[in-house]
Write a protein that binds this ligand. Structure first.
Ligand code: 5GP
Ligand code: ZN
Length: 114
């Protein structure tokens, strides 16, 4: 059994509130939401961080962005705006070392982020 939480969620060994799934990615609701909408778009492939991407992963990472945009529309976030974030490394707040895209929206977003 994988030690990685998101591999286990992808494999349905750990339950999650699934909002999207295809052959390359799943999207779930964050267990500790930081905004009214807080989704995580997770590739099925285990890649620890952005720094571990290979050239071959370019299409996959683009796909994650397209899924985030589709979900933003479904969550009716186009007009108010939303944020798409990848944390890389503990210093930037990454806590699960399986790369993922946060989709945050439904409240005003400050800049710069904390
Ligand atoms: P990171 O901090 O690595 O950028 O993002 C990890 C995210 O995963 C956090 O926002 C955290 O709340 C979320 N998370 C951690 N454990 C679980 C879980 O078991 N289920 C779900 N749905 N989200 C989780
Ligand atoms: Zn993993």
């Amino acid at each position: 059994m994988s030690e990685c939480l998101f591999c286990r969620i992808v494999a349905k060994e750990v339950p999650a509130r699934l909002v999207f799934a295809d052959d390359r990615a799943v999207a779930i609701r964050d267990i500790n939401p930081q905004a009214p909408t807080h989704l995580l778009v997770i590739p099925r492939k285990h890649i620890p961080t952005l720094l571990d991407l290979a050239d071959d992963d370019a299409s996959l990472m683009g796909h994650l962005q397209l899924v985030a945009a589709k979900l933003a529309r479904e969550e009716k976030l186009e007009e108010r705006g939303f944020r798409v974030v990848i944390n890389c490394g503990e210093g930037a707040g990454q806590s699960v070392f399986h790369v993922h895209v946060h989709l945050l929206g439904g409240r005003p977003m400050r800049w710069p982020p904390g």
